[in-house]
Design a protein around this ligand. Sequence first.
Ligand SMILES: *[C@@H]1O[C@H](CO)[C@@H](O)[C@H](O)[C@H]1NC(C)=O
Ligand SMILES: *[C@@H]1O[C@H](CO)[C@@H](O)[C@H](O)[C@H]1NC(C)=O
Ligand SMILES: *[C@@H]1O[C@H](CO)[C@@H](O)[C@H](O)[C@H]1NC(C)=O
Ligand SMILES: *[C@@H]1O[C@H](CO)[C@@H](O)[C@H](O)[C@H]1NC(C)=O
Ligand SMILES: *[C@@H]1O[C@H](CO)[C@@H](O)[C@H](O)[C@H]1NC(C)=O
Length: 941
Amino acid sequence: MKNLKQKTFTFLFFLLLHCFTLALCLRGDSEILVRVKNARLDDPNGSLNDWVSNGESNSCNWTGVTCDSQNHSIISIDLSGLAIYGGFPYDFCRIRTLQNLSLGNSFFNGTLSSQPLSLCSHLRLLNLTLNYFAGEVPEFSPDFTELEVLDLSANNFTGNIPVSFGRFQALRVLSLSNNLLSGSIPSFLCNLSELTSFDLAYNPFKPGPLPPEIGNLTKLEILFLAGSHLVGHIPDSIGKLVALKNLDLSSNSLSGEIPSSIGGLKRVEQLELYDNQLSGGLPESIGNLSSLLRIDVSQNILTGKLPEKIAAMPLDSLNLNDNFFEGEVPEVLASNAYLQQLKLFNNSFSGRLPENLGNNSDLLEFDVSTNNFNGELPKYLCERKKLQILIAFNNRFSGSLPESYGECDSLNYVRIKNNQLSGEVPDGFWSLSQLSFLEMQDNRLEGSVSPSISRARGLTTILISGNEFTGGIPANICELHNLSVIDVSGNHFSGELPTCITGLKKLLNLRMQDNSFSGEIPSSVDSWTELNELNLSRNRFFGTIPPGLGDLPVLKYLDLSGNSLTGEIPAEITKLKLNLFNVSNNKLYGKVPLGFDSELYLSSLLGNPGLCSPYLKPLPRCSSPRPRHNTWYLAVVLTLCVVLLLGSLFWFFKPKYLAFGRKPKRAWKVVSFQRVGLIEEDILLSLKEDNLIGAGGTGRVYKVKLTTGEIVAVKRLWGDTQNPDSKVVFKSEVESLGRIRHRNVLRLLSSCSGDDRRILVFEYMENGSLGDVLHGEKGGGLLDWPRRFTIALGAAQGLAYLHHDCSPAIVHRDVKSNNILLDEEWMPRVADFGLAKTLKRDVGEGPGAMSRVAGSCGYIAPEIALSPPAEGSDNGIGCCGDLDQLIDPRMDPSSSNYEEIEKVLDVALLCTSAFPINRPSMRKVVELLKDNKLSSKIILQ
Ligand SMILES: *[C@@H]1O[C@H](CO)[C@@H](O)[C@H](O)[C@H]1NC(C)=O
Ligand SMILES: *[C@@H]1O[C@H](CO)[C@@H](O)[C@H](O)[C@H]1NC(C)=O
Ligand SMILES: *[C@@H]1O[C@H](CO)[C@@H](O)[C@H](O)[C@H]1NC(C)=O
Ligand SMILES: *[C@@H]1O[C@H](CO)[C@@H](O)[C@H](O)[C@H]1NC(C)=O
Ligand SMILES: *[C@@H]1O[C@H](CO)[C@@H](O)[C@H](O)[C@H]1NC(C)=O
């Protein structure tokens, strides 16, 4: 009995003691958390404000902390995405029960060292992805026997992969991608027999082979070694990876044939082998991969025929473009029940496409362009009503467009130019409701454009030149408000141009040349504010040239030649800054207006027997005008004199009469370029510190809300107004910007210059400058790749406009990220023309003005800025290591299309070629960027 009592007592005693120490421990662990937080972490957002040790608060419900549900010990700390700064918090590992430590997607920096890290050897998971850690990857002590997940991806780790990485007995997931690792991929990693995910992609490794021992990792499900400088053959042993689901060896320099052992990857769903130098044919054994969904072997040097067996597989995506495949596409491809994406472009395929293609699967994207296909287009392509993209240009397809395409309401993007298609276009095809881009030029299509085209509401581009179309252009086309390009040239169209066509406000190009259009050119053209090119040449237009054309702000190409136009050339047209002007071969008469009266335009004027000019040689001299009705003439002159006299008298008395109670006359000169409710007083009162949003090299910028509610950015230029330098800057900005309207160039709304200040009023840009977004506090994380690409393309378009479409051309001379502003939709605008130089044609000002190098670090052509050498430094011009080193580590890797990034980089490098002659024009740059986008991925709206 006593014995029992004693036992109970002892038991209770130990139980109590245990509870006590456990409580102490828990207390101690909370204190560790708080201590580490206070000593090591900087938490500007206060995400960890609930980490306070006050004896009562239970650390188990603190942000990021997870406890064991049984004994309430801390097992996980997850601070990912909390925007915390600091070095690696080794002391967290003093919590002996801690298993998981996740610090991903934050601002941790500094290096890791082996010694203190060994504190953490009891961890099962360590995730440091997307941080700013740098320095060599540390050795991990042999005590890390429980580590299962190690994710160090997307940091700046350098050096070799340490030998100790071959010793993690329990490691399942290893991710080191997107770092700066050198050395080669070590074969000792193939000792990690538990690995299911092996990811070393996008590191600047030394070129080396894929170790054959990789075949030992038989539990592997993911093998991701894209962009890792792999060379040599794909080892046969790869076929031993029977559990593999995703194999990505893309963007390396692998050569030789794809081993037929690849047929051993029984579970593989995705094979990404694109962008290598693989040769030979596709092994028949691929046909055994019964789980395969996606295969992309594009951009290799593969040859041979497409194996029947692959064609028979249940793939959802088959991507073979940019190889040298030849022969016919096997009929069985058409029986595939899952195929959604079929890309065979840029090969040498020939023959007919399988007739049933699309009949058995939900085909979304079809691109067979640039091959030697012939025969008819497969009529079932859109049988499932899913097809969005139909690309078949540069082939020899013939016959008519299948009637079924006229019911393909999902279709968005059509490019079938340069084939031998004939017959009428199915009526429904003109009116597909999702269609935005229609390119069918250079075929033998006939019939007329259906009036039902008005139902294709999203249509932006119609390119149908070089066919045999007849009839008129239906007036319903005017309902397509998104139309920006219409090219119907080189057909047999006739009839009048619907006058409502002048209501298409977004129209950039209207090309109707080489048809039989007749009637007059519509006269009220003032909504064509974006029209850049108008070509009506070689038709049967008559009547006069509408003077309103002279007011179109961006018209650059005007070709009205080869018609029957009469009347005089309106003097208004001379206001245009045209790159091309042609009114030859009409029936124009009268005096050539001043401005066209030069040798330069002679060929544009010839063939009009009635035109005369006092100077221009082959044209007859004009006979001096003789007043015909002398009395009328006198009456008009007299009336004018009276009106003038009355007017000046009124003007003389009016100010005195009105002077009472009025503010003193402004010493301001206001020039408004666009309509905006500008109240000068509004602006003056708002130029105070509270409203300051930035200061640049040339002035301070304020955000001002006008009484109309409109928000504008007001730039007050530095320096006193008497300073000739600031005068130059002011004049330069006003001159350059006042004329410009382009969606990628910052609009100058107004300018005011007074005795004591000079002010420019711009549209306000919600998201500030690209420089701030990239380098500011928020960090470049806001900008994912698609957004960055859009910005690059937009900026290039803005510059291309300045260089090629402005007359005289404008050279910015201070292009840098701080001068690219972003609107609320992150669309870029080129800004800050303080240094811009218009390239005037008269050489008077000459290169003298050009040599005034000013500005800051950005892109200035090296010859102009001979003194600041462009290598290295901030501008990033003197590069060239590896793509991975150049990619901003803060960019969400899932959004990054590395192929695209590389191509954009290529364009950038072209632009910085040592010899100016090798640098592409800005227009070319835009083309290259756009092509890149199109060829790698077509953006659907
Ligand atoms: C955490 O738990 C403590 C006591 O267990 C409680 O007082 C506190 O309100 C909790 N905090 C949160 C954020 O749930
Ligand atoms: C690491 O954490 C990030 C979130 O920060 C997560 O997306 C990623 O999947 C984690 N890595 C592993 C291997 O679990
Ligand atoms: C880490 O970042 C902090 C603040 O962001 C900075 O002050 C510190 O110098 C950085 N440390 C290293 C080693 O880069
Ligand atoms: C990462 O490394 C690159 C190249 O060495 C360097 O320019 C960059 O500043 C580094 N980034 C961080 C956050 O350490
Ligand atoms: C690992 O791979 C190599 C080469 O493929 C082979 O010789 C070796 O036997 C394999 N080791 C194990 C444990 O399977």
